[in-house]
Design a protein around this ligand. Structure first.
Ligand code: 2P0
Length: 349
C-alpha cells in the first residue's frame, strides 16, 4: 500500500473510532460501572423478512431503510467475558489469533468501552450453536451477545433500546438480535443515531417454521458491508429500494398481527429477491446466487404451484431459508430432505 493510501485509511479508521466512542460515551453516560469478575449473555441469530440493505452513515452504522426480522430462539451465540491482563479470544473453544479478522473486530469493538471501565482487557469466550457454514450471520448474534455480556460484567443495567444501539455499532443486524421473536429495527432519521434501534413486536407465532437449505460453501464474492456500499453507490435499481422496503415492512407488520401467512410469505420472498435485483444491477455486479440456488428457487415455485404453502428468503449468500407453518412441516421436509428445521418460538430440544 502506498504511504498516502495508508494514511487515508488510518485517518478514516481513527475518525470512525472517535465518532463511535462519543456515541458509546453518550449512552453509558455517568452510569457507574460495578465490575464483576465475569459477564455472560446469550443472543439469538435472526433472519430478516424485510432486509436491511444500505447505510446512510458508515461510522454510526445507520441504515437507509427500516428492517424486520425473526429471531431464531435458542440458536445463536453465548459469550462469556472475564477481566484479564491482555485480550484473548476463543471461538467455539479454539484460541483465535489476535491478528485474524474475528478477534480484531471484537478487540476494536471492545476499545470503545474500555475508557468507561478503566483500561481493562478481556478473555472473550464465544460459542455459536448454529453451524457457521449454514450461512447465518454470526455477527448479528455475536455483537448482541458481546454487548449484553459487557453490560452484565460492568453492571451498567442498560435497557434493551440502549443495548440495541450499542450492538448496532458492531454490526447493523446485531441491533435486532438483542430481542426474541419478531423484531423491527427503526432506521431513524437523526444524524446522531439516537433514534435508530430495534424493538420487539409483541406477537408470538408458535406455528412459524424456518428451514435452512445449505446449498453451497463457495466463498462469497464480497462481504455484506462492501456489498451494500457498492449497491448504494452504483445500482440504478437501488433508487427504488427504500420505498419498496418501507411498503414491504408495513405489509409484513399487518401480516404478523393477523397471522396472515400467505401475505407474510409473499412479501418476504419478494423483498429478498428485490434486494438481490438491486445487487445484480450494481457495478461490478454482485451475484450471490449459485446454480444450486436458482434450482431451488424454481423448486419452491413449483411445489407452491402444486399447493404447498412454502416461501423463501435469502441473504447476501447462496443459501435459502424456507418459511412455512407447522401444519406443512412433514410435506416441506419430504420435498426438501436436507432441511435444517428451526422453531423460532419453540423450546430448546
Ligand atoms: C439483513 N443483511 O437484514 C441483511 C440482509 C444481509 C442481507 O444485515 O455492515 O453484517 O455489519 O452492518 O449486519 C448483513 O449485514 O452488516 C445483513 P454491517 P451486517 O439481515
Amino acid at each position: 500500500m502506498k504511504m498516502y493510501q495508508f494514511l487515508k485509511v488510518r485517518h478514516h479508521k481513527e475518525f470512525m473510532h472517535d465518532i463511535q466512542s462519543l456515541f458509546v460515551k453518550n449512552i453509558i453516560g455517568n452510569t457507574q460501572a460495578r465490575i464483576k469478575e465475569r459477564g455472560t449473555a446469550f443472543a439469538p441469530s435472526n433472519i430478516a423478512l424485510c432486509k436491511y440493505w444500505g447505510k446512510r452513515d458508515a461510522a454510526l452504522n445507520l441504515p437507509i431503510n427500516s428492517s424486520l426480522s425473526i429471531s431464531l430462539g435458542h440458536l445463536g451465540t453465548r459469550t462469556e467475558l472475564r477481566v484479564c491482563d491482555e485480550d484473548v479470544v476463543y471461538l467455539n473453544g479454539q484460541l483465535q489469533s489476535l491478528d485474524a479478522d474475528f478477534a480484531q473486530r471484537i478487540s476494536v469493538f471492545l476499545d470503545l468501552f474500555r475508557p468507561a471501565l478503566g483500561t481493562v482487557h478481556f478473555e472473550v469466550r464465544t460459542e455459536n450453536n448454529i453451524p457457521t457454514a449454514a450461512g447465518l450471520a454470526s455477527s448479528a448474534s455475536g455483537f448482541a451477545a458481546l454487548v449484553m455480556a459487557l453490560d452484565d460484567l460492568a453492571g451498567w443495567g442498560l435497557d434493551k433500546k440502549e443495548l440495541s444501539m450499542l450492538a448496532r455499532l458492531g454490526s447493523g443486524s446485531a441491533s435486532r438480535s438483542v430481542f426474541d421473536g419478531f423484531v423491527q429495527w427503526h432506521a431513524g432519521d437523526k444524524p446522531d443515531g439516537t433514534d435508530s434501534f430495534a424493538e420487539k413486536l409483541p406477537i408470538e407465532w408458535p406455528e412459524f417454521r424456518i428451514g435452512i437449505l445449505e446449498l453451497s460453501t463457495a466463498k462469497k464474492p464480497i462481504g455484506s458491508r462492501d456489498g451494500m456500499n457498492r449497491t448504494v453507490e452504483t445500482s440504478e435499481l437501488y433508487k427504488s429500494w427504500p420505498k419498496q422496503a418501507a411498503a414491504n415492512l408495513e405489509t409484513l407488520r399487518t401480516a404478523i398481527e393477523n397471522h396472515d401467512f400467505p401475505s407474510l410469505g409473499e412479501t418476504a420472498e419478494c423483498n429478498a429477491l428485490s434486494m438481490h435485483a438491486t445487487m445484480m444491477a450494481a457495478w461490478p455486479p454482485l451475484i450471490y446466487l449459485q446454480p444450486e440456488t436458482i434450482e431451488q428457487i424454481h423448486k419452491v415455485q413449483r411445489v407452491r404451484s402444486e399447493g404447498l404453502e412454502v416461501f423463501l428468503t435469502m441473504d447476501a449468500g447462496p443459501n435459502i431459508k424456507l418459511l412455512f407453518l407447522e401444519e406443512n412441516e412433514t410435506a416441506v421436509s419430504a420435498a426438501f430432505p436436507d432441511l435444517k428445521m428451526i422453531k423460532p418460538f419453540g423450546a430448546e430440544e
